[in-house]
Design a protein around this ligand. Structure first.
Ligand code: SF4
Length: 364
């Protein structure tokens, strides 16, 4: 970890990282503005190696999106539609179970996120989970963003804690962590005014952690937010992690503009994605894992990101719909062997994990 820059600010950050000191907002902004990629990557890699050695995680999973009908219609979303649109769909409980049963037999996780349907009652979601739990007792059910949980609370008239308890009893094992977008209220109000507020998102996650449900955390960047907004977002997540310790991994999600109401915006470049991953690794000192979501940043950048602080490359996925609706050119599925090779090519040891980061298999 050699500082190759004369920028005193960066040298100061390097010192802090070496001394295990927490980075400030202005440190985070300086990291995002740093064009010395080798320096930035080296610093983030230093922390990654301290936390997870030479290991890189992935899992074998399937995505299920129960419906694309959504009352929120966020400006950055190309997946959602109104219920009478020709592309609208909503799975029955039986269809959701069939989709899960058709998945490869070695999946350890179902990742279930959906639109906020105007008519489906909370009971429907509980039934889906109960049925999946019955048919696939050993598969981890990572289901519902904090935004969905908040919506279920509104449509059922129950408090967030009650909703979470019912879902947990039905079979939900953890929460995926989506829907965080950007916490800055002005930006949030501009890009997703109908969605749960930042406080509501954080409250759902805090409650879930209190009930013993782990979650991930996300951030959607590269639309109309500033670099300061991104760092503020990371700091809010870091503060909640200090409080609960319930986050497993942080997943920075670059905005994909195609087919959205923000299609005039250019999507973040590969370099910007690498900087965001490295900065996340350095700011989130209380997170064990940083994920490079290959679907959104493309497998090659995800591979590079393993030298920029990421230690997780997500999963085989099977049928990703949300980012592909926004024009993602990646496959909707990746073979396990391909993930293993991507990791090995970077000189790292691939570890197939379950959702809670227990080792399923190590590929030395
Ligand atoms: S991002 Fe989620 S909440 Fe927003 S419109 Fe799309 S599906 Fe609905």
């Amino acid at each position: 970890m050699q500082a190759t820059t004369r920028d005193l600010n960066l040298l100061n950050i390097q010192k802090k990282v070496q001394n295990n000191e927490r980075l400030t907002k202005s440190d985070g902004v300086s990291l995002m503005n740093c064009n010395d990629l080798l320096f930035l990557g080296g610093l983030a890699r230093y922390i990654k190696n301290k936390k997870t050695k030479n290991h890189v995680y992935f899992n074998v999973n399937r995505h299920i999106n129960l419906t694309n009908v959504c009352v929120s219609r966020c400006k950055f979303c190309a997946f959602s539609c109104n219920k009478n649109d020709p592309d609208a769909y909503t799975m029955t409980v039986e269809e959701a179970v069939k989709t899960a049963l058709d998945a490869p037999k070695d999946i350890t996780e179902l990742h279930i996120v959906s639109g906020l349907h105007p008519d489906k009652p909370f009971h429907y979601y509980v039934e889906v989970i109960k049925s999946l739990r019955e048919k696939l007792p050993s598969v981890h059910l990572k289901a519902f963003t904090a935004v969905e949980i908040n919506y279920f609370s509104k449509i059922s008239g129950m408090c967030v804690e009650e909703v979470l308890k019912i879902l947990k009893d039905a079979g939900v094992d953890s929460l995926p962590g989506g829907g965080a977008e950007i916490f800055n209220p002005k930006v949030r109000n501009e890009v997703c005014p109908k969605k749960a507020t930042a406080e509501e998102w954080l409250n759902v996650i805090r409650t879930a952690h209190k009930l013993g449900l782990k979650s991930n955390a996300t951030m959607l960047y590269g639309h109309i937010e500033t670099l300061e907004d991104r760092i503020d977002h990371l700091i809010k997540i870091r503060e909640l992690q200090d409080e609960t310790g319930g986050f497993q991994t942080f997943i920075p999600l670059p905005f994909h503009p195609e087919n959205t109401k923000l299609s005039h915006i250019k999507k973040p470049t590969g370099i910007e994605n690498l900087k965001m991953i490295a900065t996340s690794r350095l700011m989130l000192d209380n997170f064990d894992h940083i994920k490079a979501y290959w679907i959104m940043i493309e497998p090659k950048v995800a591979q590079f990101s393993l030298d920029f602080g990421a230690d997780d490359i997500d999963g085989t996925v099977t049928e990703e719909k949300i980012t592909h609706a926004a024009g993602a050119k990646t496959d909707k599925f990746i073979e396990k062997n391909e993930l293993i090779n991507l990791i090995k090519e970077m000189g790292r040891v691939p570890i197939e994990r379950d959702t809670l980061y227990n080792v399923v298999r190590l590929y030395e």
